[in-house]
Design a binder for this molecule. Structure first.
Ligand code: BES
Ligand code: MN
Ligand code: ZN
Length: 502
């Protein structure tokens, strides 16, 4: 486990910034054509430099406006960054703040300093308090510092950042509350990094067995987490034929991984998260086209988010019972692989006609979703890079959300907004169900035009006995704005949801 950066707070007044022996000083500035409370003080200290920058419209304070100065007249700091916060009393929307926070984390890293000091005048976000603001800032700084840490690439630049110090905690919240919020945000950021690293690990290393080992490691690190791993023999005995059918063509053994966190009372019902863990998806016999097939190493991102969330939970230790499940296999073509038209049994007793071996995620998830019935869960969320159709519907911005319980869907959507890790609901109406009827089995694994919805319809056949939601993260787990790399989503959403269950 990588060491976290140290995030501290050390109250300083604006008029003392000039004498700060800082390696790198970051100052938030509100938008103004003239000098304001903050810039006035800075201007005096710098003998008029700030006014010049404002007059030249280089320092505007507009939201995300940035300015880097290798030195500032009268200031002891080695270098100074300014970041625009927008108009002083204008409340930001969550989204606006989120991009500001990302920009700030990028500055923190590109500053190439070991220690940075950040001075921010109060940032107001609509219906949020200062604790929330600092939680997101700390999360984005920690997760922004992520660098892939496997020895694949020999020459890698190493980020220097070790310490971030907030100099001003202005806002309507007690300092202790803000500090504990910073801690939580940072843990969520670290959870995202756990998730990113697993997802970025190449599929020849990140196999189902590798994931199983990660789960064992997690249990070693956090005594409140117990891990159990089922291999193919055990799954066969239980009757998880459908999950097993996906790994039939692979030399890698499929694994079913259970991570049980006990922080609540014994009788309190657990919340369960289930991750799709396809460590590589070739499509199987229904093979995928070659371009960008390397991205299918990310097909275990759902399970990566389960690991990241469980790590965060292990650190935060909420008074809750939470179970993380990973259904893992490698989807390969071979002479032993499942063929289109094959009919398999599921753990639930229903049979499935596999018309397309590339619709494999639902095949591993369905048995996992039946398995978790035994916990009599308070809620179950599965997380999966399930359909390309979801990327077409929602792009890389929002995770697809489908649920058999509107109350649960609402809570998840709300957690998405308040963690700046958004999900958007698609319908799961009965009229879509007939799209997956089969001539030769109880259910077909593909059908109809609405790919994301029919995939959820398939899963819904296995989740009748509890409140369940499905998160399709095909568009949000990697790619998009972050490029060909994992985003760490939806660890923030999942953690937010779980912590709100206390
Ligand atoms: N892992 C893919 C979905 C996917 C596609 C994720 C692109 C991320 C980016 C999934 O297993 C799959 O292949 N789904 C098929 C389903 C189809 C055969 C009904 C798809 O979306 O094309
Ligand atoms: Mn597939
Ligand atoms: Zn897949």
């Amino acid at each position: 486990m990588k060491k976290l950066i140290s995030i501290t707070t050390n109250e300083k007044k604006i008029n003392s910034l000039q004498s700060l022996n800082s390696d790198c000083l970051v100052i938030g500035i509100n938008e103004d054509k003239k000098l304001n409370d903050v810039t006035k003080v800075l201007n005096t200290a710098s003998s008029g430099s700030i006014k010049k920058l404002i007059d030249r419209q280089e320092l505007t304070g507009e939201l995300k406006n940035q300015l880097y100065l290798p030195e500032l007249n009268g200031f002891k700091a080695n270098k100074v960054y300014f970041i625009g916060l927008g108009k002083k009393n204008k409340e930001l929307k969550e989204d606006e703040f989120s991009t500001l926070s990302t920009a700030l984390s990028k500055i923190s890293i590109s500053a190439n300093s070991r220690n940075i000091d950040i001075f921010l005048p109060e940032i107001k976000v609509k219906s949020k308090n200062a604790s929330w603001v600092y939680k997101i800032l700390a999360r984005d700084i920690e997760s922004g510092c992520y660098q892939y840490f496997f020895d694949g690439k020999k020459k890698q630049p190493k980020y220097k950042l070790k310490k971030v110090n907030f100099l001003n905690l202005e806002g309507k919240d007690s300092k202790t509350k803000i500090i504990s919020s910073i801690k939580i945000g940072q843990i969520v950021g670290a959870g995202m990094n756990t998730s990113k690293n697993l997802a970025n690990t190449p599929a020849n290393i990140c196999t189902p067995s590798h994931l199983a080992n990660q789960a064992k490691l997690l249990a070693k690190t956090y005594p409140s987490i117990k891990t159990k791993v089922l291999g193919e023999k055990e799954m066969k005995k239980l009757g998880m034929d459908c999950l097993l059918s996906v790994g039939n063509g692979s030399a890698q053994e499929s694994k079913f991984i259970i991570m049980q966190y006990s922080g609540g009372e014994k009788k309190s019902k657990p919340h369960v998260i289930v991750g799709k863990g396809i460590t590589f998806d070739t499509g199987g016999i229904s093979i995928k086209p070659s371009p960008n097939m390397d991205e299918m190493k990310y097909d275990m991102s759902g399970s990566a988010s389960v690991f990241g969330t469980m790590r965060a939970i292990g650190e935060i230790k909420p008074k809750l019972n939470i179970i993380g499940i990973v259904a893992s296999a490698e989807n390969m073509p071979s002479s032993t692989a499942t063929k289109p038209g094959d009919v398999v049994n599921t753990l639930s007793g229903q049979t499935v006609e596999i018309l397309n071996t590339d619709a494999e995620g639902r095949l591993v998830l369905c048995d996992a979703l039946t398995y978790v019935e035994r916990y009599k869960p308070a809620s179950v969320i599965d997380i999966a890079t399930l359909t390309g159709a979801c990327v077409v519907a929602l792009g890389h911005q929002a995770t697809g959300l489908l649920s058999n319980d509107q109350g649960l869907a609402d809570k998840i959507m709300e957690s998405g907004f308040s963690s700046c890790d958004k999900a958007w609901q698609l319908p799961l109406w009965d009229e879509y169900q007939s799209d997956i009827s089969s001539k030769y089995a109880d259910i077909a694994n593909i059908g109809g035009r609405a790919g994301t919805i029919t995939a959820a319809c398939f899963l819904s056949r296995f989740t009748k006995s509890y409140k369940w939601a499905h998160l399709d993260i095909a568009g949000t787990a990697y790619g998009g704005r972050v490029g060909k790399t994992s985003s760490g989503r939806p660890v923030p959403l999942l953690t937010e949801y779980l912590l709100s269950r206390k």
